[in-house]
Design a protein around this ligand. Structure first.
Ligand code: ADP
Ligand code: MG
Length: 252
């Protein structure tokens, strides 16, 4: 047995927005192969932390490390190439492109060439087999030819997950993967995350405590940009500070 490896970490991480400290000295340790949930009330700094982990924001101070590498402030495409992929809290699809086209373009972007081969039919066909696999993995095989704009909300989120998976990431970051979903889609998404976590590390912002309970090995509770509690789900759930912080509060 080797000891658990920390794959993604932050050290005294700070992010200021015009004098407002949204992330305030966060130390996070994500162990390889685990599902790590970030919870906390609205405005706690969860999305900002995600943006710092994935290069969409540069830290004001402090460090972000992936394995031994300091990745703080590196551009998002560089961090993605190192194996960190994310989904967004707000959906960001092209209405008119089909589910299949979305995944093919994502695969094409990974292989390189950037936008040079944009919409070259012949090259896109190369990716169609892998795209079909990914669509099946997220339960969208039957909807592959639907324009993304016509997909029900839950299916749009599933498509976004397929786009993140197209990067074949070591670390998958999911920002509120079940937000706005009905019960059926929530169950489907939990099953999906449980499947795609194999061989990966997952960090997710999640407000639904039953989702956190069924998926997360470790939970970090953020409040006012700081870590309130961090530990195994069972321990965190019963922590008096957490109970107090969330009594009557909107945990998201
Ligand atoms: P959460 O995802 O936990 O709800 P956010 O990370 O989105 O919280 O926001 C944390 C705090 O930082 C909030 O008070 C928010 O208003 C503020 N904030 C987030 N992004 C910006 C920004 N780009 N400019 C100014 N303030 C921001
Ligand atoms: Mg958020």
């Amino acid at each position: 047995m080797t000891s658990p490896q920390v794959i993604l970490a932050t050290h005294e991480l700070v992010k200021d927005f015009q004098g407002f400290r949204a992330v305030d000295g966060v130390g996070l340790e994500v162990v390889e192969g685990t599902v790590h949930a970030l919870v906390g009330p609205n405005g706690a700094g969860k999305t900002t932390l995600f943006n710092l982990l994935t290069g969409f924001l540069a830290p004001t101070s402090g460090r972000v490390t992936l394995g031994e590498r300091d990745i703080g402030g590196r551009p998002p495409e560089h961090i993605a190439q190192l194996g960190v992929a994310r989904s967004f809290q707000v959906t960001s699809l092209f209405e008119g492109l089909t589910a299949r086209e979305h995944v093919e373009l994502a695969l094409q972007a990974v292989v390189g060439g950037g936008h040079r081969f944009w919409r070259s039919e012949r090259l896109l066909r190369r990716f169609s087999a892998r795209a079909a696999e990914l669509l099946a993995e997220v339960g969208l095989a039957a909807l592959a030819e639907q324009p993304a704009g016509s997909l029900p909300y839950g299916r749009k989120r599933a498509l976004e997950l397929a786009l993140a998976l197209a990067l074949d990431p070591k670390v998958l970051l999911l920002d509120e993967p079940t937000a706005g979903m009905g019960l059926e889609d929530v169950d489907r998404t939990v099953a999906l995350i449980d499947r795609v976590r194999a061989g990966r590390t997952v960090v997710m912002v999640e407000h639904n405590m039953s989702v956190v309970g069924s998926l997360a090995d470790t939970v970090t509770v953020l409040q006012h940009g700081q870590v309130l509690v961090q530990g195994p789900y069972e321990t965190v759930r019963g922590d008096p500070r957490v109970v107090e912080a969330y009594l009557g509060a909107d945990v998201a």
